[in-house]
Ligand binder design. Structure first.
Ligand SMILES: [Zn+2]
Ligand SMILES: [Zn+2]
Length: 214
């Protein structure tokens, strides 16, 4: 299959390659990728402007949706043909205090798609069922590829802020996370939502108006 691979720890060392289709384990499914988002971190990966440890070669891409193509031997809850998305934590230990208190995204042994484990800029990606989510009928595959960035906005506003209906909210930076944060703020009942950007952000600021910016 074709895949976008970062193959070395230097600027520009990313290319389209032919790689084998991933093999799945007994508790995994194989997902045929339908949509994959380009995260702000992906250009940084391409230019090697990163300050965390990664594995190379690695297939990039961690925001995605797709259709189950194959299921592992032990998989009972998911079927071939189901529409799904996945969390970005491709692997975590499952034993440490963070994992056991449902904070496995902070596990010290966490391995992320597109950084440590082959991601979704490819035709297929291997997904353990413990991080997979079935899509509701009313969510399209295209929308579902935004699940992870939307969850970033959800977590920062719903879990880590104290926004009340009627509040004024300022969002600095109209990137995808900023725009989705404006959306979450409007769902939380904020009445004035100001999204702040630079002159180059004109187009994004226009888009922000469709996502709750007032
Ligand atoms: Zn990302
Ligand atoms: Zn852990």
């Amino acid at each position: 299959m074709k895949a976008v691979v970062k193959y070395d720890l230097r600027d520009g060392a990313t290319e389209l390659r032919d790689v084998p289709i991933p093999e799945i384990g007994p508790d995994d499914v194989l997902v045929r990728v339908e949509y994959a988002g380009i995260c702000g971190s992906d250009p940084h990966m391409h230019h090697n402007r990163i300050n965390y440890r990664i594995n190379v070669p690695v297939i990039l891409g961690h925001e995605f949706s797709g259709i189950i193509e194959e299921v592992g031997r032990n998989v009972k809850d998911f079927k071939i043909g189901e529409r799904v998305t996945a969390e970005t934590h491709a692997d975590y230990c499952g034993k440490c205090i963070l994992c056991r208190t449902n904070n496995y995204h902070l596990c010290r042994d966490r391995k992320g798609y597109g950084f440590h484990i082959d991601g979704a800029f490819a035709k297929y990606v291997r997904v353990p069922t413990r991080i997979i989510h079935r899509l509701p009928e009313n969510v399209s595959l295209k929308e579902a590829a935004l699940t992870e960035p939307f969850c970033v906005a959800y977590s920062s506003l719903v879990k880590h802020s104290d926004i009340k209906p009627g509040d004024m909210v300022a969002v600095i930076g109209p990137g995808p996370i900023g725009i989705l944060s404006a959306k979450v703020a409007s769902l939380m009942g904020a009445s004035d939502i100001v999204v702040i950007g630079t002159p180059e952000d004109k187009k994004r600021l226009e888009i922000a108006k469709d996502f709750g910016a007032t």
